[in-house]
Design a protein around this ligand. Structure first.
Ligand code: DGY
Length: 414
């Protein structure tokens, strides 16, 4: 069977009727950015079904505009932390109380870019929801002009060592309710976050509950507050895509222009001059994380950063490319805490390679774009459709039969 057919089979198997789970067992619900990438893959063979990936995700949007990271349409005892642990969240469907990198507007623009009447109608159908979700990031999650994040899960890069400075600065709630992890039952604990990290992840959830999921309070008073190059660059790119759709639909652009200006100014905030790279930063202390990650080069995807910053970013990529066989590791092989098989401490991630390769090729950096693209394809050919891959050996890590890996493969075959 061809890999393309295998990819379609995985997406079909993970279909739960209108939305797709990332993989059975470990992730049995609808995840925010997973669904967005999945839509790109399904659109290569069934556009109507791909579109429902987007509309079902929007069904979970909160009245304040936030699109949550996970939508719980059931209560699966095999997953923790499920709906009961998140408590009384504020959306129309039980969900988490945090968001995820907002790739959705970019995906919608990509899928509706043929300028047909139907494309325009589809853009009109979801435009207000996308707009509200961006406004939420710019209002509820912004501190002094910088878009922030309150939880490593919100960044999508759960245990990346980038978060250590923020996590080290917080303590586990003394009254943290006891719990049993389920993730380590579905995958080898050596691939997953540590127990201390999990306790801190749940401490933040408990804080969110204690303020009734008031998102402004969670940002201003919560135990963790960092700026993430992933959320920053993904949002900046998505703001630009939202603006293009606003123009197409004859909608006003003034507020979006303000968001884009604010975003361009904030890019510099994430520039770690010692490393010559965009890295995460603790917003309360100003401290930078100490390594190049697989979102450091998303400056190309967002078309942001100075020529000098871009040149240094490419130098870092060349350095890393000489250290691993498969670009682009999620954490710097020359930094502390690099672990090639542990989730976001080293493995390469399909959706990050997709965005990085796209940005590099859009900005004319074709050789590095091709390396990032071809290395992921080689890893898939060697090991299958895993959640992520060891960048040294190409072996699959965490979960197999993974939806976004299948989706990225399909989107690249067309
Ligand atoms: C998990 O359950 O590990 C997820 O990454 C949370 O979003």
């Amino acid at each position: 069977m061809s890999l393309t057919q295998k990819a379609i089979d995985i997406l079909t198997k993970n279909d739960r009727g209108g939305y797709t789970i990332p993989t059975s067992g470990l992730y049995p619900y609808q995840w925010n950015w997973d669904s967005a990438f999945v839509a790109l893959g399904i659109a290569t063979y069934d556009f109507t079904r791909a579109w429902s990936e987007i509309t079902t995700l929007i069904e979970g949007q909160w009245p304040d505009g936030m699109i949550p990271s996970i939508i719980f349409r059931s209560d699966d005892p095999d997953y923790f932390p499920g709906p009961s642990r998140w408590g009384n969240t504020l959306g129309p469907i039980p969900s988490t109380g945090i968001s995820q990198p907002p790739v959705l507007a970019t995906v919608v623009r990509t899928l509706t870019d043929n300028a047909t009447a139907q494309d325009k109608a589809r853009r009109a159908e979801v435009y207000d929801a996308l707009y509200a979700s961006h406004k939420w990031f710019h209002e509820a999650r912004t501190v002094a002009g910088i878009v922030t994040t309150v939880h490593p899960w919100e960044t999508g890069r759960d245990n990346c060592p980038e978060w250590n400075i923020g996590l080290d600065g917080m303590t586990v709630a003394p009254d943290l309710a006891p719990y049993t992890r389920m993730d380590n039952k579905h995958s080898d604990p050596k691939f997953r976050p540590s127990q201390e990290q999990y306790d801190k992840f749940l401490t933040i959830v408990q804080f969110g509950q204690s303020v009734g999921w008031d998102q402004r309070r969670l940002t201003d008073e919560g135990p963790f507050l960092m700026a993430d190059p992933n959320i920053h660059f993904v949002l900046l790119r998505a703001d630009k895509d939202l603006r293009a759709m606003a123009v197409d639909l004859g909608k006003p652009t003034d507020e979006i222009d303000g968001w884009i200006d604010k975003g361009e100014a904030a890019t510099d905030y994430l520039w770690n001059d010692d490393l010559g790279a965009f890295t995460a930063r603790d917003v309360r202390t100003g401290q930078f994380s100490g390594g190049f990650s697989n979102c450091s080069a998303l400056c190309f995807y967002a078309d942001s950063g100075t020529p000098e910053q871009r040149a240094k970013t490419l130098e870092n990529m060349e350095r890393i490319a000489a250290r691993v066989d498969y670009m682009l590791p999620s954490w710097d092989p020359d930094a502390a805490d690099f672990e090639p098989q542990r989730y976001w401490c080293g493995p390469l991630w399909p959706q990050m390679n997709y965005m990085t390769a796209l940005g590099l090729s859009e900005q004319g950096e074709n050789a590095m774009a091709e390396r990032v693209r071809a290395d992921l394809c080689r890893a898939i050919e060697q090991s299958g459709f895993w959640e992520c891959f060891n960048p040294v050996t190409g072996e699959g890590c965490v979960s197999s039969q993974f939806s976004w890996t299948a989706a990225v493969w399909l989107s690249w075959q067309h």
